[in-house]
Design a protein around this ligand. Structure first.
Ligand code: SER
Length: 310
């Protein structure tokens, strides 16, 4: 299934279930937002998750480009990208997490043809502040999907992705990427690839780490487009899905690179183009510095692999 068709299937599935499509925003968060770039689809929706009525209603769907510098050192493995697209859905004080998971399961298996035997889920197992997410656990058990409870891995966002803002327990859906039959669990075997995160946003986390209940319970889901596309296309990494075809044609024709460097160069050039397109220019600080850093890392990889330098 080509990525274009995957996006269409996703959006139409949710539109048929009462969701209105909203336009994705740029990578630049609104003024006053403390982060440099939009890191997930929920980011531009923060005021509505905190209770402001959205003009299009309580069920939304979209495609949002995101950028994560927290994953920069992992770029080059099979699943991480700096800029990626997130397919997102929201319930703004409408339906609850288990309803969202049930639709997610239906879309993956019936809409996109994923073998249900290749799925695994994780749920929030509870911690000293909040009880376990038994409703999601029971939903997965009822569907016959193996499920693993964890603590900090199933609270979004965890510390590395920002500390203030809406947050809550999540249930993550993993797809088996190994050659043989599925084994083990997502926390113990990284051949389980996380593709879709369903967060029940219940709280707002303040700067001191304390949690304040939100005026409404929301559901925020984010599906990594390139990850799911590569798995559906039977490709060994995100760099081999159809979205990277132009990069894989262009870059090796210009420079002779080993596979890790090729992946890094494709990722960083693609990310730099998107950042430039959103209006950022190279600088010594802030967003412009992220752009400079990406270009510098490309140049380092090109010089390292340049045979004329050895
Ligand atoms: N906000 C969650 C994430 O980024 C789900 O969209 O994973």
């Amino acid at each position: 299934m080509r990525t274009e068709q995957l996006v269409r299937t996703f959006v139409e599935f949710y539109e048929e279930r009462g969701h209105r499509r909203i336009t994705g925003s740029t990578l630049l968060p609104p003024p006053g937002d403390p982060v440099l770039f939009t890191t997930s689809g929920m980011h531009p929706l923060t005021p509505y998750l905190k209770g402001r009525p959205h003009p299009l209603g309580r069920r939304l769907v979209n495609v949002q480009r995101c950028l994560r510098t927290t994953d920069l050192d992992e770029v080059g493995d099979t699943t991480h990208l700096t800029v990626f697209e997130m397919l997102g859905t929201w319930s703004l004080g409408d339906y609850e997490g288990p309803a969202s998971l049930e639709w997610g399961y239906e879309l993956l298996t019936e809409g996109l043809g994923v073998d249900p035997g290749l799925l695994h889920a994780t749920v929030f197992g509870g911690d000293e502040r909040t009880g376990p997410d038994t409703a999601s656990l029971e939903l997965w058990q009822g569907l016959g999907v193996p499920v693993e409870p964890t603590a900090e891995d199933n609270w979004w966002p965890n510390g590395s992705e920002g500390t203030v803002g809406p947050c809550g327990p999540d249930s993550e859906i993993f797809l088996w990427s190994g050659d043989g039959p599925p084994q083990s669990t997502p926390t113990r075997d990284n051949r389980w690839v996380e593709v879709w995160n369903h967060v029940t946003m219940t709280h707002h986390r303040l700067g001191d780490g304390s949690l304040v209940p939100l005026p409404q319970r929301n559901v925020d889901t984010g599906l990594g487009l390139e990850r799911l596309a590569s798995l559906l296309q039977g490709k060994p990494s995100v760099f081999s899905c159809d979205l990277f075809d132009p990069w894989r044609r262009l870059v090796p024709a210009l420079w002779e690179l080993d596979e890790p460097s090729l992946r890094l160069v494709c990722d960083h050039l693609r990310s730099a183009v998107v950042i430039l397109g959103d209006g950022v220019r190279p600088a010594n600080t802030g967003r412009g510095y992220v752009l400079r850093r990406l270009v510098r890392r490309v140049l380092t990889a090109l010089r390292r692999d340049d045979p004329s330098r050895s």
